[in-house]
Design a protein around this ligand. Structure first.
Ligand code: ATP
Ligand code: MG
Length: 394
């Protein structure tokens, strides 16, 4: 049976209470929906702003039942939600994206098999699922990066290896779990494309986003016409749409790419949810990635988003709360508050903090989006904001 369109007034649920869930909740509430969040943490960023907060783990029977009781549809903000939890909910109410699509995104080996199946090139790789596979590894894959097939994020669960010996040691270091060895590619740039696909198969997308990573964590996203060569941008959009189509995906999907030094585009990985590189859409587009998540979940029409301003997004990691120059921070364990008042004096700065109670190095505490009349003006302001906050120039 075709699920009904859920109009404002209905209750939308999300598995996971992190910042992505929080921004989903904000978008849903702005449109008049009630919200429910499932997260074990009593102080989760999304749980604290939601109408309902079911404080339970993803595999807690009573918790999932409570979520199903108060919601009309459920989505996820976290790709490592056990697919079985999604499947269980799907037996009772609409769930998007589907468990099967999330399962592909959860596993690098399955993800790469999907890319290959639909003819979108990815880095040369080998699945390392035992000593035999390890011994068989093609020397052409070295130097490479050994990545755990499951549960990696922000560059965690990855080891760079140059030799067979180093590869064997790295696999041991990763406790012999199933891994993927990827050839290390000469990158010129990284980019991503976010698409939203509705229940009826209709698809819309955001413009290609240029991403700068530092230490395996997204640091800066820049989006404006010409940020990447038009041919590469068009190829990335077409590939992202093919990935979503091939999964019969419903929801918001981010596809991350590498641009190689010879100009070739290869796909890196997918996220079955809104993505950090799409946070700028809140301030620089007429429809945000979170509103599109709401629309796909509710079965509402999708409209093509329009970026109305060039944008630059800076991630605000917990490190900023431990400024080495701040005497107060050095003198005690109490982290210092970054100089938000000075940053907010700059034109076109939009501050988003996620309400996390404790700052930790490398932890995503918030982001800042700069909008302006021209890419040059946006960049100049973003660099000023970065300097005030102690973020390295880019
Ligand atoms: P996240 O979930 O935050 O996107 P992750 O832990 O899933 O990160 P990847 O996206 O696989 O990690 O890799 C993190 C970064 O490491 C990439 O953005 C890229 O900068 C670098 N990297 C990964 N794979 C390769 C590769 N094959 N060649 C060159 N650089 C790579
Ligand atoms: Mg990544």
């Amino acid at each position: 049976m075709k699920p009904p369109v859920l109009l404002p007034g209905a209750t939308l649920g999300v598995l996971g209470g992190g910042q992505l869930g929080r921004m989903f909740v904000h978008a849903a509430q702005a449109m008049g929906y009630a919200t429910a969040v499932l997260d074990a943490d009593d102080a989760s960023p999304a749980g604290r702003v939601s109408h309902h907060h079911v404080q339970a783990g993803y595999l807690d029977d009573a918790g999932l039942a409570a979520l199903a009781r108060c919601c009309d549809a459920v989505t996820t903000e976290f790709e490592n939600v056990p697919a079985s939890a999604l499947a269980r909910l799907a037996a009772q109410l609409p769930v998007a994206p589907a468990a099967e699509a999330v399962a592909v995104a959860q596993d690098r080996a399955q993800e790469k098999a999907h890319f290959t199946r639909i003819g979108v090139p990815c880095a040369p790789y080998a699945v390392i699922d035992g000593a035999e596979a390890l011994a068989r590894v093609d020397a052409a894959l070295l130097p490479g990066i050994l990545k755990t097939a499951r549960l990696g994020y922000d560059g965690k669960g990855q080891v760079r290896v140059a030799t067979r010996e180093a590869l064997a040691a790295a696999w041991q270091q990763l406790r012999g779990v199933p891994c993927v060895l990827e050839k290390m590619l000469p990158l010129a740039a990284e980019c991503s494309v976010i698409v939203a696909r509705g229940r009826d198969g209709g698809m819309v997308h955001f413009p290609v986003q240029h991403n700068l990573h530092r230490d395996g964590i997204l640091a800066v996203t820049t989006v404006h016409a010409g940020v990447l060569p038009p041919a590469v941008a068009a190829q990335a959009v077409a590939a992202a749409r093919a990935v979503a189509e091939g999964l019969a995906y419903v929801g918001v999907l981010c596809v991350e790419f590498f641009v190689l030094q010879d100009g070739r585009l290869v796909v890196n990985e997918i996220a079955p949810r809104p993505h950090n590189s799409g946070h700028y859409t809140i301030d620089a587009c007429d429809v945000s990635q979170f509103e599109l998540q709401v629309r796909t979940l509710a079965g509402l029409p999708l409209v093509a988003p329009r970026q109305h301003s060039p944008a630059c997004m800076l991630n605000l990691l917990g490190d900023l709360w431990f400024d080495p120059n701040a005497a107060r921070a050095a003198a005690s364990d109490a982290p210092a508050t970054p100089p938000w008042d000075r940053v907010l004096a700059l034109p076109g700065v939009h501050l988003h903090l996620y309400g996390k109670l404790k700052a930790a190095r490398g932890r995503k505490m918030g982001h800042l989006t700069v909008t302006g009349a021209t890419p040059e003006a946006v960049r100049a302001t973003a660099l000023q904001a970065a300097a005030l906050l102690g973020i390295a120039a880019f």
